[in-house]
Design a protein around this ligand. Structure first.
Ligand code: ATP
Ligand code: MG
Length: 229
């Protein structure tokens, strides 16, 4: 079989176990050899800029996948100026030699439901396969119902093992953990622990670098102390 590459784009503000679960679910359902995490620079569909910088979000993803087999991270969107468009990222992968049939762009059901707003949509649909992963709160069924114009392209993940000459949208029914970056930012703002939501290396890095307005729980108290206290 030719190599298959999964691509997980996102803001990763910060990365969490739900992202890792989505990558693993797509990998096993679609026999992907690797999954490439692609943090976006300036996501076009968001009202607010990311809370952490691109370099910080890239560092957190790197820590999260460290030691996990067949996971890689790309800074291709962070090195581009301006909004991150998936169409440009796919063109960059094609230029590296990847054929559209080898690529599987992984999307949670919530993100897939918004795909009608994407730039260069007709091109994007032919430039990669899609893997749509159920997400707690948004079922596959909901996502498909919200994108009626794409329904004829959708197929169960099992169909990806059959040869085809055109790209498709594969639906992956899997249980991923009910976690979002929003929940993590809320927890951190409230001074609550996030150890059940992100890998330990990520939690430590967030604390040590005081990301998301956290107190430095490792050293903060000592730093502020003087002999006279
Ligand atoms: P935010 O709350 O800031 O929107 P998020 O948790 O949705 O953050 P994103 O970076 O927006 O994270 O998500 C990147 C991709 O990962 C999207 O396609 C999203 O649907 C998917 N994803 C994120 N969390 C999960 C999850 N728990 N289960 C399945 N897919 C997920
Ligand atoms: Mg999101």
């Amino acid at each position: 079989m030719t190599r298959r590459l999964g691509i997980l784009g996102g803001t990763f503000d910060p990365v969490h176990f739900g992202h890792l679960d989505a990558a693993a679910a797509a990998q096993s359902a679609l026999a992907l050899h690797d999954v490439l995490f692609v943090p976006s620079h300036d996501p076009p569909h968001r009202p607010d800029a990311p809370h952490a910088t691109g370099v910080q979000r890239l560092a957190l993803v790197t820590l999260a996948i460290n030691g996990v087999n067949a996971r890689r991270v790309s800074d291709v969107e962070l090195r581009r100026n301006g909004p991150s468009y998936t169409a440009d990222t796919l063109r960059a992968l094609h230029a590296e030699g990847w054929a559209p049939m080898q690529l599987f762009f992984i999307l949670g059901a919530d993100a897939f439901a918004e795909i009608a707003t994407w730039r260069e949509l007709p091109f994007v649909l032919d430039a990669t396969n899609f893997a749509v992963i159920a997400r707690p709160g948004t079922t596959i069924e909901t996502a498909v119902t919200r994108t009626p114009e794409l329904q004829r392209r959708t197929q169960p993940a099992s169909a990806a093992s059959h040869p085809s000459d055109s790209t498709g949208i594969f639906l992956v029914e899997a249980a991923t953990r009910d976690i979002s970056s929003t929940l993590i930012r809320q927890r951190l703002a409230a001074g609550q622990p996030i150890d059940d939501l992100v890998p330990a290396t990520v939690a430590r890095h967030i604390a040590a670098h005081r990301l998301y307005n956290t107190e430095d729980v490792l050293h903060g108290h000592e730093d502020n102390k003087t002999e006279d206290d």
